[in-house]
Design a protein around this ligand. Structure first.
Ligand code: GLY
Length: 325
């Protein structure tokens, strides 16, 4: 039995391992671990109290994948329901012939299955950070004109320039990944995120896209991503790493190749990426485009998780045509 997670999964990994040791499935362990992060008010890239979009609305994305069957469930752009991973799992378990529900449809489904719904998904502190960021890009007019804590955006308010400016590459980081192998040797993987801070409304990242931010296959292994989701979508990163395992490449080399595929992407917007991955034999690894990034793991016989450094595979960042560092 093994669980690996992005470093912000530390709050949930002990409960997830306890469940595995009591006979829970890998799917259960992944859900338990991620729910703890989704409820953590101090984690601003996942679930409750994440950074909102440019309109100040929290839109959550999540997915979960069962490596035994390749069944998957996902939600995107879901508002008002903090436990996005549980709703994602129900998309799969309720025998819908669908994998991904988004926006109003995801919310309707969440209500229909009785998922926990919270009236307020953001604290005053996070709303203040959002207002400050908007003000910094010249949206202050709105606050002055409307003299209100929440600017009165309308459907016609032009957002494009603000989003371009407010899109802060430093806040692309975040998201939580969990991957587990249970006592039966089954693998599951899950990802949950509030997405990119101050994103354009309706932006969907890699986390709910099976094959981009999340992939698990009992026969070979699993991979999940945090970082700039647009890159993982373009390169099909989680699936790529597992496919490299499938063709016989070792786990360290599979990670390096998946990261190199991202480095080779063209275009103006290239940021950071981090992968956690494991092979079906229980080998695990992390890969990051910046030095010093870590992930965590716990095996059944360990009293607590350990934090280990990811292998760095540099991806020089480019932003709006300029190298950032
Ligand atoms: N990796 C999370 C996102 O881009 O939304």
């Amino acid at each position: 039995m093994l669980i690996i997670a992005s470093h912000n999964g530390a709050i949930g990994i002990a409960d997830a391992m306890r469940a595995l040791k009591s006979g829970a499935s890998a799917m259960d362990a992944v859900e338990i671990g991620i729910r703890a992060v989704e409820a953590n008010p101090d984690e601003h890239s996942v679930g409750y109290n994440g950074y909102p979009n440019i309109l100040g609305e929290l839109e959550l994305d999540a997915s979960i994948m069962d490596g035994r069957t390749l069944n998957s469930g996902a939600v995107a752009l879901m508002r008002g329901f903090p436990y996005a991973v549980s709703v994602a799992r129900q998309v799969m378990e309720r025998k819908l012939p669908h994998v991904l529900l988004a926006g109003a449809g995801a919310e309707r489904f969440a209500r229909e299955i009785g998922a926990e719904q919270w009236d307020e998904m953001l604290t005053k502190e996070i709303r203040a950070v959002w207002r400050k960021r908007l003000a910094a890009v010249g949206a202050t007019d709105w606050f002055e004109r409307h003299s209100t804590e929440t600017p009165a955006f309308t459907a016609d308010t032009p957002l494009l320039d603000w989003v371009t400016l407010a899109t802060d590459p430093e806040r692309v980081k975040g998201t939580v990944n969990f991957i587990a192998i249970d006592g039966a040797g089954d693998i599951a993987s899950g990802v949950s995120t509030s997405g990119w801070a101050w994103k354009y409304p309706g932006r969907i990242g890699d986390s709910p896209i099976i094959g981009a931010g999340n992939y698990a296959d009992n026969r070979y292994g699993a991979c999940a991503c945090t970082g700039m989701g647009e890159m993982a979508i373009r390169a099909g990163t989680a699936r790529s790493l597992v496919l490299y395992l499938q063709i016989g490449v070792s786990l360290p080399e599979a990670g390096r190749r998946a990261m190199s595929d991202l480095r080779d992407l063209g275009g103006d917007f290239i940021g950071g990426m981090n992968l956690v991955a494991l092979s079906r034999d229980g080998e695990h690894a992390g890969f990051a485009s910046e030095a010093g990034r870590t992930y965590i793991f716990q095996r059944a016989e360990m009293a607590a998780h350990e934090e280990v450094e990811c292998e760095t595979v540099a991806i020089p960042a480019r932003w709006a045509g300029e190298a950032r560092r």
